[in-house]
Design a protein around this ligand. Structure first.
Ligand SMILES: Cc1cc2nc3c(=O)[nH]c(=O)nc-3n(C[C@H](O)[C@H](O)[C@H](O)COP(=O)(O)OP(=O)(O)OC[C@H]3O[C@@H](n4cnc5c(N)ncnc54)[C@H](O)[C@@H]3O)c2cc1C
Length: 388
């Protein structure tokens, strides 16, 4: 039995030591993703992709609660004994607090987004101390990568059967920065309870009263460029789609539907299939759809961000006025009709950020290019005509 969690060994499993995907993908799937398959290059290896929603949405969940429903059923059926998740801290609605949930109430209390970098893996020590043998971990790609590597390389989790549910995640911030970001996006930042960059090209900010405030992407204040706000480690991320999870649950590959709030479910492994089957009765499923072509939108957005990210560019950025709200609304409505949607929207989001992060690493940490950047990222960069 260990008293102190082995911090040094845990840190050795950080993606900055192991690199993104590559060998870890081979460990999990027996192969790396195909460089001939654009779906795999962007979204990772999967057995099945579908969209759908929980028929009776779980109150307090980010969308309809697919993840919470999976965790609850996994616990109730005895598939796992505990769930490593996040509760809300006392200081702030979005403060994440790592929790090893061991009751249905504690699992339900973990629902909902805490859109900041979070300490999910702290609960591994608790699980180890409590002798948990079957554990479900819910986390972003950086958590799941460290978890997979740590389990493989160090003896602490050898006896534990682990299931991993992943959220897609990009451009994360600290709690302090989040408050500044919400101040830029909303007229009432302190009452925001959920916010998301949605497939209708608006940021939706849901307030405590239930009111939804919308800010078209095109009206985002010019001071918001990403590089000045996003945690630097998140600018070096090459796994938006959380490809080492057993199942990834997001929204971006689902067609926009405000009534049903369809989510995007990417089943990757046998364990992921087992988890998805647990909620078969609760889930209304819809086949994936796709329309439009994201190529031009990716090139335009990536080029703009590369220009903003370039060393020295920050001081040159003009604090010009963003597009007026009325014009932004027209633009968002137009692009929603003719622009990429469904799977093609997800491709737009993933590929554009992959190119951004490729250039960020190239500009600021060129010595990490070889070890950190997976090979498919170079192919994506080239595919859109950028220079790798
Ligand atoms: C920072 C962030 C960025 C995201 N970006 C995208 C995106 O660009 N595209 C997309 O499709 N989806 C994204 N998501 C995922 C999406 O917002 C929903 O979390 C997902 O669709 C699951 O919805 P749900 O209703 O099933 O979640 P719920 O049933 O409410 O469960 C959500 C689970 O996620 C956990 N969680 C919340 N915050 C974090 C965090 N910071 N780190 C680790 N775990 C957390 C919760 O504790 C809970 O267990 C993002 C989520 C976060 C937190």
């Amino acid at each position: 039995m260990i008293r102190e969690w082995p911090r040094e060994e845990t840190l050795q499993s950080c993606v900055f030591r192991t690199g993104w995907l590559g060998r870890q993908e081979v460990e999990l799937f027996g192969r790396e993703r195909s460089l001939d398959d654009f779906d795999e290059m962007s979204f990772g290896i999967s057995k099945e992709r579908l969209t759908g929603c929980i028929k009776q949405p779980i109150e307090g969940s980010a969308w309809t609660g697919v993840i919470t429903a999976i965790a609850k059923r996994a616990f109730e059926t005895g598939l796992v004994e505990a769930v490593a998740t996040l509760h809300r801290g006392e200081k702030h609605h979005f403060e994440p607090k790592a929790v090893l949930a061991r009751s249905v109430e504690e699992i339900l209390a973990g629902s909902g987004n805490k859109p900041v970098v979070s300490p999910v893996l702290l609960s591994l020590h608790e699980a180890y101390k409590q002798g948990v043998k079957r554990l479900l971990v819910i986390g972003a790609a950086c958590h799941v990568h460290a978890l997979r590597d740590f389990k493989r390389r160090f003896p602490y989790l050898k006896e534990m059967d682990i299931y991993a549910v992943g959220i897609p995640c990009v451009s994360n911030v600290t709690l302090k920065t989040l408050q500044d970001v919400l101040g830029m996006f909303s007229a009432s930042p302190e009452t925001v309870r959920h916010y998301e960059f949605m497939q209708d090209y608006n940021i939706h900010l849901k307030h405590a009263s239930g009111r939804i405030e919308k800010l078209p992407y095109f009206c985002i204040p010019q001071g918001f460029t990403g590089i000045n706000l996003v945690v630097p480690a998140c600018m070096c991320c090459f796994d938006y789609a959380n490809s080492l999870a057993d199942v990834t649950v997001g929204y971006m590959g689902a067609a926009f539907n405000m009534q049903k709030m369809h989510q995007w479910i990417v089943v990757r492994t046998d364990k992921g299939e087992e988890l998805r089957n647990l909620i078969a009765d609760e889930l209304e499923t819809v086949a994936e759809t796709t329309s439009g072509n994201c190529r031009k939108a990716v090139i335009r957005a990536a080029q703009k961000i590369i220009d903003q990210t370039r060393p020295g560019a920050q001081s040159e950025l003009k604090a010009g006025k963003p597009m007026p709200l009325w014009a932004g609304r027209i633009m968002a409505a137009l692009i929603r009709r003719v622009g990429p949607s469904g799977l093609e929207y997800a491709r737009y989001a993933v590929d554009m950020h992959m190119i951004r992060d490729y250039y960020y690493v190239k500009f600021y940490y060129p010595e990490l290019m070889q070890a950190l950047v997976p090979q498919h990222a170079r192919h994506i960069v080239e595919h859109y005509g950028f220079e790798p």
